[in-house]
Design a protein around this ligand. Structure first.
Ligand code: SF4
Ligand code: SF4
Length: 557
């Protein structure tokens, strides 16, 4: 049956350059002396080390556990000794260092004891499968690195279609192509496990028509499988992007800021499917991946199966080394990849390609010219954004306006930059604007947390004050109660004594019951007091008369 296909707006046809790395079969990379395993190789929280310096580890042994819901475990990618847990350069556009576990390999590459689960996947429920996939450290191998067990948890949504993405639309990259050619049965086995976990009705395996060998191998591998179908889609960049591929295969559109699961669809990379098969059917956690080493700057492009943590220089050396005119090393493709500042940086779970670009491959920044408002960028944008306006908003730091123009719907595919006749690096401005917005949000979050802490402190101080006042008031009331009781007790005692004396009739009265002699003595004293009073009054009268006479004389004078 020929499946009806649909299309998305925009897109471009850059030269493919894929055949330079597909002339030889996949081969295992040689083992490096040191493997540097970053704790952060995925979207979400960094893993937490569970080993110490000096520990001997085996291949496949968990050395860092996932932390939080969106996270992924890290496993030793070969046997050896942990020689450091420290900051090292990691593959990230920021060029910053991050914590890594460093293994000095022992050359034996000895696996930890492992094997398939006791039951087959059909006897396991979705939760058991997700737990095993989480324990195995599997993340999306298409480039984003989202923990796979989360994608296999549709949280109650009915999933109609599981899409396996074998489009691989970016120039130079061929690791999925080679995996599909050489290991199609692993991909189909993984697809069946994921379909079971999701209870999906059908599986569509999308492959661009520039990979006829891969399409043939995959079609052969699934020819007897029910509801698993390969779909050949026309080559067009960026068709491998999730939303664009869904539109092409189903004509459905994922809502802005939404997820495919909202329209009953889950998309996984073909490499992720093979990793799921290895984890569930063989009991092998994710310790390696296929990496394309390509570009005009490397002598012998090819695809290698690479243990995580292998330094990029180690792989370039196995491909004949770098040519003298190499300009930069890019992780990923020329459209969406980013330049490495050192070839000592290790391969991680999301490293699909190491591209050695020559000066001819890279547009010199001095060629940038003013925008001529030709509109070519808008025509090429697969998300139907207005790249020119977005660029102005980003340049002028009008980040609110940029968000109003759906900056965060931009998938950074680079189509706008690719077609711009003025060579304006438009995507750089969008990345800058996104980074600034995230930084501002982080700052705001920090400020909010600081404000909350300050408010909490003030409320604690107020509460403590109130509690202290209440304690003091209680104490005072208790003390007053004690004083009151004491006074009352004294008064009661006095009242009791008075009542007793009254009852006995013994209240003293010193003018009653006097003897005759005592009464005579009192009378004599009263007489003497009266005479003395008369003498004093007559003297006061004489003095008054004398004073009046003297005043009269003075007035006559
Ligand atoms: S393609 Fe370049 S020159 Fe043309 S409108 Fe867009 S930004 Fe301006
Ligand atoms: S990089 Fe963003 S704005 Fe430019 S074409 Fe792609 S999605 Fe559109």
């Amino acid at each position: 049956m020929i499946r009806k296909l649909f299309s998305f707006k925009g897109g471009i046809h850059p030269p493919q350059h894929k055949d330079i790395s597909t002339t030889q079969p996949i081969r295992p990379a040689t083992l490096a002396k040191q493997l540097v395993l970053p704790l952060h190789q995925h979207i979400g929280e960094s893993a937490v080390p569970i080993v110490e310096v000096g520990d001997h580890v085996l291949k496949g042994q968990k050395i860092a556990r996932a932390e939080g819901y969106v996270s992924a475990s890290v496993h030793a990618s070969s046997s050896g000794t942990i020689v450091a847990i420290e900051e090292r350069p990691i593959p990230h556009p920021s060029g910053l260092n991050a914590t890594c576990i460093v293994i000095e390999t022992d050359g034996e590459d000895r696996w930890i004891e492992h094997g398939p689960a006791e039951t087959t996947y059909t006897e396991m429920d979705a939760s058991q499968l997700r737990n095993l996939i989480r324990t195995s450290g599997i993340v999306g191998l298409g480039g984003a690195g989202f923990p796979s067990y989360i994608k296999l948890n549709p949280a109650g949504a009915k999933i109609d279609t599981l899409i396996l993405n074998g489009v691989e639309c970016e120039p130079y990259i061929s690791c999925d192509d080679m995996l599909m050619r050489e290991r199609p049965e692993q991909i189909i086995a993984g697809a069946k496990i994921m379909r079971h976990a999701l209870q999906a009705t059908q599986v569509l395996i999308a492959i661009e028509d520039n990979k006829p060998e891969a399409h043939a191998a995959m079609s052969e591998a699934c020819k007897n499988e029910e509801n698993i179908e390969t779909v050949l889609v026309p080559t067009l960049y960026p068709q491998g992007s999730e939303k664009q591929l869904i539109k092409v295969l189903t004509n459905k559109e994922v809502p802005s800021n939404g997820l495919p699961v909202q329209i009953g669809i889950v998309v996984n990379n073909v490499g992720t499917a093979a990793a799921v098969h290895n984890a569930i059917d063989l009991g092998k956690p994710l310790t390696s991946r296929i990496v394309t080493i390509s570009g005009e700057g490397v002598a012998k492009p090819c695809n290698l199966e690479v243990p995580f943590g292998t330094p990029m220089q180690h792989l370039l050396d196995q491909c004949g080394g770098l040519r003298s005119d190499v300009d930069r090393i890019i992780m990923g493709g020329p459209m969406m990849g980013f330049a490495m500042h050192s070839t000592a940086i290790p391969v991680i779970k999301t490293t699909n390609c190491i591209l050695a670009a020559t000066k001819d491959n890279v547009t010199p920044p001095s060629d940038i010219m003013p925008c001529i408002r030709c509109g070519a960028c808008a025509d090429a944008c697969p998300v139907e954004l207005l790249p020119q306006q977005l660029q102005w908003f980003a340049r002028s730091k009008e980040f609110d306006r940029a968000q109003e123009y759906n900056l965060f719907d931009c998938i950074e595919c680079g189509c706008c930059s690719y077609v711009c006749p003025s060579n304006i690096p438009l995507v750089h401005f969008y990345r800058y604007a996104k980074t600034e917005i995230w930084a501002q949000e982080r700052e705001k979050e920090k400020a909010d947390q600081a404000r909350q802490r300050h408010e909490f402190r003030l409320s604690r101080i107020e509460r403590e004050k109130a509690e202290k006042a209440a304690r003091l008031a209680k104490k005072k009331a208790a003390a007053q109660g004690a004083d009151g009781n004491k006074q009352a007790a004294i008064q009661a005692a006095m009242a009791r004594a008075k009542a007793k004396k009254h009852a006995q009739g013994s209240e003293p009265k010193n003018t009653e019951n006097l003897t005759e002699a005592q009464q005579q003595q009192i009378n004599n004293t009263d007489d003497m007091r009266a005479k003395a009073q008369q003498i004093a009054e007559s003297r006061r009268a004489q003095a008054q008369q004398m004073m009046t006479g003297k005043q009269a004389k003075d007035e006559k004078k």
